[in-house]
Design a protein around this ligand. Structure first.
Ligand code: ADP
Ligand code: MG
Length: 326
C-alpha cells in the first residue's frame, strides 16, 4: 500500500486542531492573518525567540520537550516584563513531514500553552533544517512593565529559583560521570528540557522591582545587560547564588559557579530597593518561588563577582554569544 503524502496543510491542520481559542481571538489559524482584540488600557508586550537544532537543542531531543521549551523561553521574556501572555505564533522549519514527530511536539507545546491560556493564532510551516521560531504577545497595564533600565545604586539584586541545573545537565551529557545517580540526572535534565517561565513572579514584581531580566545567556552576562541599560554596576556574591539539591548532590562545590553562570536557567534576575525586602518575602510566599539576594547595585559600570573570601572571580565564559567564533 502506498501511503498518501502528508502536505504542509495536513501539518497545519494538526496544529489548528489543538489550538484553543480565546474571546480576544476574533480570527485564528486559517486566513491570511489573524484578527485580535487588544484590551483597553493595556499595552502589548511582544517577544520572539528562535530555537535551531544543534544550536539550542540536539536534533534528536524529545519532540515534546522541544515544543515546551520553544514556548517557555518566549514566555520567560514576557515574565521578565511583568506581562501576562495571551497569543503566540509558531514558525516551523521541518526536514520532512514527520507526523509522529509533530504530534509529540504539539503535546509539549500545548501542555504549556494551555497551562497559561495562550492561544496559537498563526505561523508558517516550511521544509528546511529543523528550526522553531515562536512569537508571543502579552498584556501589561500601561506604565507598569518591568524593564532592564531602572536599577539604582543601593538596590539589592535578587534571583528566583536556583541556577545551574540546565548547564549541569548539558555538562553531564557531554562528559557523563558514571557515578551520577539517575534520579539526579533526571532532575537536572528536567530543568534543561522544560524550563518554567516565572510568569506569576514577573507579574507580582511590577511596582516592586526597579529593573528585571530573565536569565537565558548566563547570570553575569544578563545582569550585565540590566546594568548597561540602567547605567549602573553590580557586585555579586557567588556564595549567595541559589543552588538546587540536585546540583549540590551531583557536583558539590566543583564547577559550581561556572555552571551557575552558563545560562539556560530562565529564572528572573531583578533589582529592588532595600525597603522592598518585606514585600518580596510576601511575593515569594504567594508565588511559591524562592527568592535569593545575590548582591548589590553600585554606581559605575560592569558586574563584579566575588568568591567567599571577597576575591574577584571571572568565569571562563560570561555567557552564550552567537557568532562569537567567526
Ligand atoms: P499564507 O500562504 O497566507 O502565508 P499559509 O498556508 O502559510 O498561508 O498558512 C495558512 C494558515 O495557517 C495561516 O492562518 C497561518 O497563520 C497558519 N499556519 C501556518 N503554519 C502554522 C504553524 N506552524 N502554526 C500555526 N499556524 C500556522
Ligand atoms: Mg505562510
Amino acid at each position: 500500500m502506498v501511503e498518501s503524502p502528508v502536505s504542509e496543510f495536513d501539518l497545519v491542520a494538526l496544529l489548528a486542531a489543538r489550538a484553543r481559542l480565546r474571546p480576544d481571538v476574533l480570527l485564528g489559524i486559517g486566513d491570511d492573518a489573524a484578527l485580535l482584540q487588544p484590551r483597553d488600557g493595556m499595552q502589548l508586550a511582544v517577544a520572539t525567540d528562535m530555537l535551531n537544532a544543534d544550536v539550542h537543542f540536539p536534533a534528536d531531543a524529545a519532540p515534546a520537550d522541544i515544543g515546551w521549551k520553544a514556548l517557555a523561553v518566549n514566555l520567560s521574556d514576557l515574565a521578565a516584563m511583568g506581562a501576562t501572555p495571551a497569543w503566540c505564533t509558531l514558525a516551523l522549519a521541518l526536514p520532512c513531514a514527520d507526523v509522529p514527530w509533530l504530534t509529540q511536539f504539539i503535546d509539549g507545546f500545548f501542555e504549556l500553552a494551555d497551562a497559561h491560556d495562550v492561544a496559537l493564532i498563526g505561523g508558517d510551516t516550511t521544509r528546511g533544517p529543523l528550526s522553531v521560531c515562536v512569537g508571543v504577545h502579552g498584556f501589561v497595564e500601561a506604565r507598569t512593565a518591568l524593564r532592564r533600565a531602572g536599577a539604582m545604586p543601593g538596590d539589592a539584586i535578587w534571583v528566583s529559583g536556583s541556577l545551574g541545573d540546565a548547564a549541569a545537565a548539558l555538562y553531564l551529557r557531554e562528559s557523563p560521570a558514571a557515578d551520577t545517580p539517575p534520579r539526579l540526572l533526571h532532575a537536572l535534565h528536567a530543568r534543561l528540557a522544560r524550563p518554567t517561565p516565572r510568569l506569576s513572579l514577573g507579574h507580582a514584581l511590577r511596582g516592586v522591582a526597579s529593573a528585571c531580566i530573565d536569565v537565558s545567556d548566563g547570570l553575569l552576562a544578563d545582569l550585565g545587560h540590566l546594568c548597561a541599560a540602567s547605567g549602573v554596576g553590580a557586585l555579586v556574591e557567588l556564595a549567595a547564588l541559589p543552588t538546587s539539591e540536585a546540583l549540590t548532590a551531583a557536583f558539590g562545590s566543583q564547577h559550581r559557579w561556572q555552571l551557575q553562570t552558563l545560562g539556560d536557567d530562565y529564572e528572573l534576575c531583578f533589582s529592588a530597593p532595600a525597603e522592598a525586602t518585606g514585600q518580596l518575602c510576601d511575593i515569594a510566599r504567594q508565588t511559591g518561588v524562592t527568592l535569593s539576594r545575590i548582591g548589590w547595585i553600585v554606581s559605575g559600570a560592569g558586574v563584579r563577582a566575588t568568591d567567599t573570601l571577597g576575591q574577584p572571580w571571572t568565569p571562563a565564559r560570561t555567557g552564550y554569544v552567537h557568532f562569537d567564533d567567526d
